[in-house]
Design a binder for this molecule. Structure first.
Ligand code: PEP
Ligand code: MN
Length: 365
């Protein structure tokens, strides 16, 4: 269950992280300058020894390198690069450990109620951007469910760029979302924007969304990590692959390993689309991590006419799910109306997604 109040400090290193370090004998390689002196080499080796780690020195014709053996967490905060004679410090393992494929070679399957995500199972997340009236939610839920969606979405707390935009219905919205989802047999995902609301949102949601704007809100990540709720973590709009995985690590370091990543477009130079859809993130994540990754072509493109092709591209690239905003009256939507697919368009897209999913050996979770 939910274990925290407001967070009190930095995340603790979990037992899993510690045991993972033990299976990593060589943890860092220190490459020395071509002009390094014997004295400098000895000084570097002494510094590393002072940290309680072992070294193995390899002298090549042009370059000498020092392999460091031991717990790399000790090394992470040591400014080795500042020692005279050191050219480069190369970690052997990525800084994200729990999220890495080395830690867990098989794909993780995250379960959201009865829905499986990852390892061949796909999440079909659909719903309006914001939770609206019960009647509106009811009609959208009915149509997306009939089309094959398996998780219902809607934001009750909206992270809006403008403070004057609709901020969401709050707890009333959470209740509507939960009740409508339950009525139509779909678990629900909704965003949390404030560490003080994590406990409240957990009461209603089956999955917690961390939005692009909060991907590096480490206080929020830590707080969400202390729950056992599955997490949908959206890529920050200028986050690198490593940034995204480090943010997943924040959640996992607290003991919650139910993290699903989401590509939702990054800032590009061309205002023709809302963002730039980085479909290559999908195979990159599958190479580096065991965590599932889904695509959100709604926020990635911001244009209904581009969404179907991008959704299919994501599935073809191996995505573990598709997240799409659907509204039956986009012109009346409280948020993101211009990018919403109509229920009919969503149903047509789902027919195509099923074909591509079958071609790549995936099934609906
Ligand atoms: C959303 O899902 O409505 C949303 C705000 O997404 P993002 O955080 O990706 O912008
Ligand atoms: Mn939205």
């Amino acid at each position: 269950g939910y274990a925290g109040g407001l967070i009190s400090g930095l995340p603790v290193t979990s037992m899993a992280a510690i045991s993972y370090c033990r299976i990593t004998p060589r943890s860092m390689i220190i490459i020395l300058d071509e002009t390094v002196t014997e004295e400098q080499i000895q000084h570097v080796a002494d510094k590393v020894a002072q940290l309680g780690l072992q070294t193995s020195i390899s002298r090549g014709t042009y370059r000498t390198v020092i392999g460091v053996i031991g717990d790399e967490t000790i090394l992470q905060s040591a400014p080795l690069r500042a020692i005279p004679g050191v050219a480069e410090v190369v970690p052997v393992m990525p800084a994200y450990k729990l999220a890495s494929k080395q830690a867990h070679p098989k794909p993780t399957i995250v379960e959201v109620g009865p829905v499986k995500i990852g390892g061949g199972y796909m999440a079909m997340i659909a719903g309006p951007c914001a939770v609206e009236s019960p009647e509106r939610m009811e009609s959208i839920a009915k149509s997306v469910r009939a089309a094959g969606a398996n998780i219902f979405r809607g934001g009750a707390f909206k992270p809006r760029t403008s403070p004057y935009s609709f901020q969401g219905l709050g707890e009333d919205g959470l209740k509507i979302l939960r009740d409508v989802g339950a009525k139509h047999g779909m678990p629900v995902v909704t965003e949390v924007v404030d560490p003080r609301h994590v406990e409240l949102v957990c009461e209603y949601a089956d999955m917690i969304q961390l939005g692009a704007r909060n991907m590096q809100n480490f206080v929020l990540l830590t707080e969400v990590g202390r729950t056992n709720k599955p997490v949908l973590m959206k890529r920050g709009m200028s986050a690198t692959v490593a940034d995204l995985l480090m943010s997943a690590e924040y959640i996992m370091a607290q003991g919650n390993s139910n993290v699903v990543l989401c590509e939702r477009g990054v800032k590009g130079f061309d205002p023709a689309t809302r963002n730039t859809f980085d479909v290559a993130l999908v195979p990159q994540i599958h190479k580096l991590s065991h965590l599932p990754i889904i695509v959100d072509p709604s926020h990635a493109t911001g244009r209904p006419e581009l969404i179907p092709a991008c959704a299919l591209a994501g599935v073809a690239a191996g995505a573990d799910g598709v997240h799409i905003e659907v509204h039956d009256k986009p012109e009346e939507a409280m948020s993101d109306g211009p990018q919403a697919l109509l229920p009919k368009q969503y149903a047509e897209l789902m027919d195509q997604i099923r074909k591509v999913a079958a071609a790549v050996g995936k099934q609906m979770g």
